[in-house]
Design a protein around this ligand. Sequence first.
Ligand code: FES
Length: 76
Amino acid sequence: MYVCVCNGYRDGEIREVAESGVRCAREAYLTLGNGPCCGTCLPHAQGIVDAVHDDADRPAAENDPAQRPPTLLAAE
Ligand code: FES
């Protein structure tokens, strides 16, 4: 899906750049070739970058449902 119409950047491209260590949407754009133009896409692009790092920063046990401690079910 296109995230940035001005530059033609897709979500997958932004995700790949974030996975290489970039934590800022503007820096991701520069890595892809051009900085933002109108900037309306930056909040969404930053959300993609943040999601990549939220997953990467979370301990492995939190990412693996089998490793999570059991939760108590609420009593009716
Ligand atoms: S839509 Fe991305 S800079 Fe304009």
